[in-house]
Design a protein around this ligand. Structure first.
Ligand code: ZN
Length: 104
């Protein structure tokens, strides 16, 4: 990417993540909490589609920027690694109701 602006990048990242959460809340207000799992899965499906679309390699087979995304398998690995990072850093990963949590 030319003229990389980290501040702008952070702002767009945060705004996009917030917009997705807001969309989920809007959909739940409209469709009801009973469909929260369906809404979350729909958000995830759309996010995966968008992510894969954004990581399509350019037509230069020697492009270094696109090297990590230059095959379907590599894109899949990159996507799963990124998703795992979000999972492990989420405040919602662990729940007090988890079956493997001891209760006092
Ligand atoms: Zn490229």
């Amino acid at each position: 990417m030319d003229d990389y602006d980290e501040t702008k990048d952070d702002e767009v990242y945060d705004a996009t993540a917030a917009a997705v959460v807001e969309l989920g809340n809007t959909m739940m207000d409209k469709e009801g909490e009973d469909l929260s799992w369906t809404i979350a899965s729909g958000l995830l499906a759309g996010a995966v589609q968008y992510w894969l679309y954004s990581r399509q390699p350019c037509d230069d087979p020697d492009c270094e920027d696109c090297a990590p995304y230059s095959t379907a398998e590599l894109r899949q690995e990159e996507l799963l690694e990124e998703v795992l990072g979000y999972v492990l850093s989420s405040e919602y990963l662990h729940s007090p109701n988890d079956r493997d949590v001891g209760r006092a």
